[in-house]
Ligand binder design. Structure first.
Ligand code: SAM
Length: 268
């Protein structure tokens, strides 16, 4: 995107959706997003691989739910800017009747979503914050689009690590899952420094303390707690590149990917 500023957008501070778009090779970012992206890339040189592998996991997981698990409605929180294979496109390729509610707190995502969702079947977009799960669940656009008495695929992909404390993240996931019907599924990815060297881990902590980093890496055990009460499907909570990988695609290491992903079913 050029440096002209869409009305109502603060482009002077970095925003994760635009920085992620930068790493993915998109065009919708500003100088502050690129500066933050470049700083993080210094500490984690494979961050673009991380972003691409995260997207590929999202695609495989949504396809699995829509094609094999009978899920025909999705709640995708932390949508991001449109890119290739958005959730409704993947789901509707498997089931043209699939319905999708997108939620993000970035107004620029909203601006793009209007264009993207034009003619996109039963989809809607809500500008809301993950920290307000009650407001998301009660939004009339959500209840007009999906039926919470039937199973839903909830995607929290590369978004929960923006919640600063583990307990708050747990509470948010718990509140969302409590509103979902049995047979619903959670698709989740989350940043980690489990595979980082001690030096890399120390630098990550320094970036977080100093301000420029805003994603809170968590351990496998902590991330597994977000799946409490759910049944993780095979292969469990693993580096995203190891979750049902495409055998023909290159498989980057857990160190380079630095993201766990898992899919789990809410029991009957
Ligand atoms: C790294 S992107 C991930 C996009 C997409 N889920 C994917 O995995 O490709 C994170 C997204 O979460 C959104 N986000 C961050 N914090 C959020 C919050 N508190 N509430 C809602 N959305 C949030 C950002 O605006 C951004 O679009």
């Amino acid at each position: 995107m050029g440096e002209s500023t869409p009305a109502g957008l603060d482009t002077s501070t970095m925003h994760p959706a635009r920085r992620y778009n930068y790493w993915l090779g998109g065009k919708d970012h500003f100088a502050a997003d690129r500066a933050s992206g470049d700083l993080i890339e210094k500490f984690h040189p494979t961050i673009r691989t991380t972003a691409r592998e995260n997207r590929a996991f999202l695609r495989r997981a949504v396809h699995h739910l829509a094609a094999d698990a009978g899920i025909d409605q999705f709640l995708d929180i932390g949508t991001g800017l449109p890119t290739a294979d958005n959730t409704h496109e993947v789901a509707q390729r498997a089931n043209p009747d699939a319905r999708v509610v997108y939620v993000d707190n970035d107004p620029m995502v909203m601006a793009h979503a209007r264009a993207l969702l034009d003619g996109a079947g039963a989809t809607c977009y809500i500008e809301q914050d993950l920290r307000n799960p009650g407001a998301i669940l009660a939004d009339p656009q959500l209840t007009d689009t999906i039926d919470l008495s039937r199973p839903v695929g909830l995607t929290l992909v590369a978004v929960l690590h923006f919640i600063p404390t583990h307990q708050q993240a747990r509470d948010i996931v718990g509140e969302l899952l409590a509103a979902l019907a049995p047979g619903s599924h959670l698709i989740l990815t989350h940043g980690t420094t489990d595979f980082a060297t001690p030096h890399e881990r120390a630098y990550a902590e320094q970036l977080l303390r100093g301000g420029p980093a805003d994603a809170y890496p968590r351990s496998h055990d902590q991330i597994a707690e977000y799946f409490t009460g759910l049944h993780l499907i095979e292969p469990g909570l693993v580096p995203v590149s190891d979750w049902r990988p495409n055998p023909d695609a290159p498989r980057p290491s857990a160190h380079d990917v630095a993201l766990y992903g898992g899919v789990a079913r809410l029991g009957d």
